[in-house]
Design a protein around this ligand. Structure first.
Ligand code: SAM
Length: 259
């Protein structure tokens, strides 16, 4: 029996199993190859709702709270209550590498604090980092992860809806990260608002590979016109596969006043 694709988050394995396969047998094989695994969960559908969490079936073990290590940082979470994807580790590192000394950074949709903590750890000379998250479970873990990674002097976790609370950070930031590909475009005006006179936005979106960037670029352009700003696209690229021929993409762009 082969093992289907699975992710490991701390000591939890999350596996995607087709209909009739022997799930107990698959779980035992995973644990045999990765003896530190204590819980094996089966994905039961896609990510849902505002919090972007998914339903699981427990195949082996009970505990869904775990601690995951990434880029020398520790992340505690309950995988059944929050969004976290270990597949995005390279993307987090890529963003952290672009942050410059003294910059203030807004991370919208911050989840358990993975982007804010990694940016702070990688850039000891960074300015203030804000992380806004609406899921109270994820927010609780963000507070804990900021504490255990000793970046409390750099990262300020904020509980709330970006639509409502981002205005409190108007004009304060050099960089905004928007890791919500599904409907993140609705919050582009808030991202523009958070920036100082100029700054950089990392905008994520999902798109079919037949035309990956046109719609996302058009959305950026229309928002910049409404906000009376100029934009310069600095990068556009595929991040990760999302579904059959559908990709998560990222547009990195600079914003400045139109005059
Ligand atoms: C795709 S996840 C990304 C989480 C995290 N940045 C990461 O990379 O692991 C999106 C997150 O945005 C949060 N979210 C969704 N809508 C929101 C809103 N309007 N305001 C604040 N957070 C929101 C969800 O609860 C979820 O944790």
């Amino acid at each position: 029996m082969g093992i289907p694709a699975f992710d490991i988050i701390g000591d939890v394995a999350i596996v995607e199993i087709e209909g009739g396969e022997n799930e107990k047998g698959i779980a035992k094989l995973i644990v045999k190859n990765h003896p530190h695994i204590k819980t094996v969960l089966r994905k039961m559908g896609g990510r849902e709702g505002k919090y972007r969490v998914r339903k699981f079936k427990k195949i082996l073990g009970k505990e869904t709270e775990t601690e995951h290590k990434e880029h020398g940082c520790r992340f505690r979470m309950d995988v059944a209550k929050v969004y976290f994807s270990p597949r995005e580790a390279t993307e987090r590192q890529r963003i952290a590498e672009q942050v410059k000394r003294g910059e203030s950074v807004m991370v919208m949709f911050a989840g358990i604090g993975s982007f804010p903590v990694i940016v702070a750890k990688k850039n000891p000379k960074v300015g203030q980092i804000y992380g806004i998250e609406i899921n109270p479970h994820a927010f609780k873990y963000m507070v804990e992860n900021v504490r255990i990674n000793k970046v409390g002097h750099k990262v300020m976790p904020v509980l709330g809806d970006v639509k409502k609370v981002a205005k409190d950070y108007s004009g304060l930031c050099d960089r905004v990260v928007m890791p919500l590909p599904k409907e993140g475009y609705r919050y582009l005006p808030e991202a523009f608002q958070c920036l100082k006179k100029k700054g950089t936005i990392h905008f994520y979106y999902y798109e079919h590979e037949r035309d990956l960037f046109t719609k996302a670029l058009e959305t950026v352009r229309k928002t910049s016109e409404k906000m009376n700003k100029r934009v310069k696209i600095i990068n556009k690229r595929k991040v990760l596969p999302y579904g059959p021929r559908v990709w998560k993409i990222c547009i990195d762009f600079e914003v400045c006043d139109s005059k």
